[in-house]
Design a protein around this ligand. Structure first.
Ligand SMILES: [Zn+2]
Length: 151
């Protein structure tokens, strides 16, 4: 499966995965209240493109790409012209679907196999893992089941 090819080595090439799925990825300044969006685009192979908020830091942009890929895989039938996520990844699809998109995004960026491989190399702290995987420390801690003060 195409996704598995991108799940082998950290950091996961998340833009490469999007492109392999036929999703064009671009950046634009969406304003501070928004994180990203997926929208119909006849020029892309899948018929959809992803736009991430250009001022965001890299780890957040990577998560946004993964989150929008997840919407494409899980909720394509519910995307009309445009599905826009705010900066808390809320889009109007409802909490359950947003949580499902966040879970799949975490699985794409932090595959269980890669986490096992890192641990086998002696890399076990959330700080080191988040650096290797190109994700925020908060996302890494959530993935590892460590409850942070923010939650
Ligand atoms: Zn969303």
């Amino acid at each position: 499966m195409i996704i598995d090819r991108f799940k082998q080595e950290p950091p996961v090439n998340i833009v490469g995965l999007a492109e392999a799925l036929g999703l064009h990825v671009e950046e634009d300044d969406l304003g501070p209240e928004f994180g990203g969006e997926i929208f119909r685009d006849e020029d892309s192979d899948s018929g959809y493109s992803i736009r991430v908020n250009s001022p965001d830091v890299l780890v957040r942009k990577r998560f946004t790409v993964a989150h929008e890929i997840a919407h494409y895989l899980l909720h394509r039938d519910r995307i009309t012209d445009r599905l826009r996520d705010d900066n808390m990844y809320r889009s109007g699809l409802g909490d359950q679907r947003e949580q499902a998109a966040n879970r799949l995004a975490a699985d794409l960026l932090m595959p269980a196999k890669v986490i096992r491989d890192l641990r086998a190399q002696g890399i076990g702290s959330p700080e080191e893992m988040s650096e290797r995987l190109g994700v925020s420390l908060q996302a890494m801690r959530l993935r590892l089941g460590i409850r942070g003060r923010d939650h």
